[in-house]
Design a protein around this ligand. Structure first.
Ligand code: PGA
Length: 248
């Protein structure tokens, strides 16, 4: 009942010609896929040219971050209106690199989530524990706080996606096992039940992220509470990303 969502997070990769070339290849490789959603999130500079290339295709476009205001004196920031203007339907918020390198906290991330929803963008709220937090047995506590704080103010009518990305699995080649990921996904869904009721919780897509590759994607995607993937490194090549898109 939940449609899979396979999302590519390109991070700080690809010039405009490289980005256009990648989606040109990808479009062709996934053109027959109709039973799941496909999303690419290029860097800001490539959003417009990529959106032109994606016209009429089955691939959605998303931003990797945004600020919560519509416009103003916020040097270096991008607004929800700007993302919508270039054809974005989704926006990744609270990615662990934003949290850890750029010191974004739950309060700021929550403002962004609310602003995205208000402007008709679907936020993909990223949550996940560090290695130290996992080893000290705090995974559920940490993830619950990020979910509860991040979604504050939303209602059962709000459209959003969660991505569970254990920090120790991002870019390390060290994927969570399907069982370990499923345990946290189920816990997140139970948290969503407490916040928004069972009916809503059953419709929310919870993606897994952290070293998803063509050879481990199917095992993850077949778990009952894993509704898709947020893919970094393996989304930078059309061939490997398309294999993940079609993994299950
Ligand atoms: P990775 O990145 O697939 O390269 O581990 C995932 C992410 O950070 O979204």
């Amino acid at each position: 009942m939940r449609r899979l969502l396979i999302a590519g997070n390109w991070k700080m990769h690809k010039t405009v010609p490289e980005a256009v070339e990648l989606v040109r290849e990808l479009k062709e490789l996934v053109k027959d896929v109709t039973d799941r959603d496909i999303l690419v999130c290029p860097p800001f500079t490539a959003l417009y040219p990529v959106s032109q290339e994606l016209k009429g295709s089955n691939i959605y476009l998303g931003g990797q971050n945004m600020f919560y205001e519509e416009e103003g004196a916020f040097t270096g920031e991008i607004s929800p209106l700007m993302l919508k203007d270039v054809g974005c339907r989704f926006v990744i918020l609270g990615h662990s690199e934003r949290r850890h390198i750029f010191k974004e906290d739950d309060r700021l991330i929550n403002k962004k989530v609310l602003s995205a929803v208000e402007h008709g963008l679907t936020p993909i709220l990223c949550v996940g524990e560090t290695l130290q937090e996992r080893e000290s047995g705090r995974t559920k506590e940490v993830v619950k706080k990020q979910v509860v704080e991040g979604l504050k103010g939303l209602t059962p009518e709000s459209e959003f996606v969660i991505a569970y990305e254990p920090v120790w699995a991002i870019g390390t080649g060290r994927t969570a096992t399907p069982e370990l990921a499923q345990e946290v996904h189920e816990f997140i869904r139970n948290t969503l039940k407490e916040l928004f009721g069972s009916e809503k919780a059953e419709t929310v897509r919870i993606l897994y992220g952290g070293s998803v590759k063509p050879n481990n994607a199917a095992g993850l995607l077949k778990m009952p509470d894993i509704d898709g993937a947020l893919v970094g490194g393996a989304s930078l090549k059309a061939e490997s990303f398309s294999q993940i898109v079609k993994a299950l």
